[in-house]
Write a protein that binds this ligand. Sequence first.
Ligand SMILES: Nc1ncnc2c1ncn2[C@@H]1O[C@H](COP(=O)(O)OP(=O)(O)OP(=O)(O)O)[C@@H](O)[C@H]1O
Ligand SMILES: [Mg+2]
Length: 352
Amino acid sequence: MNQQLENQQRVLEGMSTVVLLFDDNLLLKYINPAGEMLFEQSARHMLSLAYVELIQHRDEISLNKWVEEIKSGQSFTRHEVPLVLFHEKEVTANLTILPLTASDEKTEYLVEIIPVDRWIRITRDEQRVEQQEVTQEILRGLAHEVKNPLGGLRGAAQLLERELPSEELKEYTQVIISEADRLQALVNRILGPAGMPKVKEVNIHEILERVRSLIKIEVQDGIHIHRDYDVSVPDVKVDPDMLIQALLNIARNACEALGGKGNLTFKTRVVRKYTIGHQRHKLVACIEVIDDGPGIPADIREKIFFPMVTGRAEGSGLGLSISQSLIQQHDGLIECQSEPGRTVFSVVLPIN
Ligand SMILES: Nc1ncnc2c1ncn2[C@@H]1O[C@H](COP(=O)(O)OP(=O)(O)OP(=O)(O)O)[C@@H](O)[C@H]1O
Ligand SMILES: [Mg+2]
């Protein structure tokens, strides 16, 4: 019997579903580690708190309905309910509440919370990784084909320029040369840094400080840069130049979206038990780049990580696809949540 209890304990502790148990007065008796993660609090701080303190239902109707159903001994399941958790954290989740009869004949309530946006992002990510690899391949192939003739084109224009009888005609060869240079720069960005990442143990805050100082030079005074670092984040194994490049692309986008006025925040956190693709990691470092700009235009929100997708007239649409590919090479992922007034790009990197 003991063995069985132990097994049950291990299952609960290892589950990625959030499980809570409330007593007949709806006070918290148990919460599993996945729950601690979602509520961003240790169990110690939450035990004995009331259901309504921990979980608020955005729509009162669903709460009233729940109380009614539960009283008649039925279980309650609702999909995609908006909840406000302890400490104002908002989530959309599938919620199940199951009345149980405890050994003392009193009723207990087992509550299961599955945040839906998290799941959508994970599954989307697996697909996205594959789709992106294909697009990236096609684009790289094309870039290679363009790269070689470009050199010839530019060289020929230079030779031609020297032979030209009049100065005025040079205007035309200059157009060829500058356009070839522009294309060359584009092609170089698509092809990206050559070779495997040169990884070493780095402190992500040193990386972020580099990014911050580079961005500071570029932006106007109207943009305020904030730091919200968790200094306890352990070092990660990355290629520092690649990580800087990936974060720069994201931060530059934020500044462009802010259009010269607003707030940009670099935030770091450690997250326990996080799934990237198919891989479950015990510990990951999460770097967030947050801006209070207008948000990502709705029509491109689902496609921003694809190359050549841009919402800006002068954009080439390569920044995010390059960042994504750089982070993928480190077994990490980039997520994004955006609404007017708050856009968050999270770079998640495994800590071994
Ligand atoms: N923080 C943000 N706020 C609002 N929109 C954003 C933000 N980040 C990205 N976007 C949108 O996503 C699009 C794609 O970004 P991406 O960096 O891939 O390309 P780009 O910035 O247009 O061009 P490039 O980076 O190659 O110069 C942007 O054009 C912009 O519309
Ligand atoms: Mg960009």
